[in-house]
Write a protein of this length. Sequence first.
Length: 361
Amino acid sequence: MSGTGTVASTVGMHVRRPKEAEGAVVGLLRDVRRRTWLRVSAVFAALVVIVFAAFSVELLVGGSAELSPGAVLDALFGEGTVVGRLVVWESRLPRALTAVLVGALFGMAGVVYQRLIGNVLATPDIIGVSSGASAGAVAVLVGLGGTGIAVQGGAVVGAVLAVLVIFGLSWKRESSTYRLVLVGIGVGACFAAVTSYLLTFADTMTSTRAMRWMIGSLAGTQWSDVALLAAALAVGIGAVALIDPSLDAIRLGDPLARGLGTRVGLIRVAALLLGALLAAIATSVVGPIAFLALVSGPIASRLVRQGGPFPAALVGAALLLLSDMVAQSAPFVSPVPTGVVTGLIGAPVLIFLLLTRKADA
């Protein structure tokens, strides 16, 4: 009996040990998930606070009009002077809201392309999509004398055309992502040449307006622009949320993604068009803000390990707000276009990425 009891005890011990080990693994996974969730939540909260703080500072001290912070607060609540209310409600508030919305759109557009193509350099501003949008907008501006919604429609058409040309020329089975980037740079240069040629037909006023817009500027934004951008961002957030899990699957490779039930071809086309539309709508309002789509994703990835479109949207909003504050407070005779500041920030980041990125086979 004692032998039988010993055997039973030994068997029971071996049965319990796997269960104990399984419980330990489950507990470890739960702990990792909890810590990851806490980190992501903390980063999100910090980004929201930074965006709100930058928005508040731009609203209080932005612009050339001499208004004290107290006068700005009075104007926000419908009090104070007529001039103060006019400056705040018709200039500062639309401009600050535009910076938030445009930064978020560029940030999401950049990450959608980076995740889809698997290359940090593959963003709308680098591979020529923004150049296509600029060419389309300038064509309408110069050729038809259009403004507002006509220019915005031209930007969307130009961006979609750029996507079709780029991916039509670069598509090849098992091709390197650098092939797509190089083709995109070439196509972007062609669209830039077309834009420059179109400007030779413009009068002085139209040419000056187009050139300032092409550099990227938030000056002169209106409530109609805010409404368009807000609608685009709301639709874009929903669309990105739908395709983002599929983009994660595609990053594992097409065969595995198909095995998981992902419709790879459909998701690719949808992501390409979505990123182009987000970038085109932002570009149509403020021009092709340089490097914003490029740097938002990598910064978000440093803050949140897997990055993603929504952290990148917050990073893009914060960067554009901060850049616009610098542009408005620069010690020059007139305010500097915001695109100049983002270009000065983004160019070193691009060089860093080119120097540190491993060769793509």
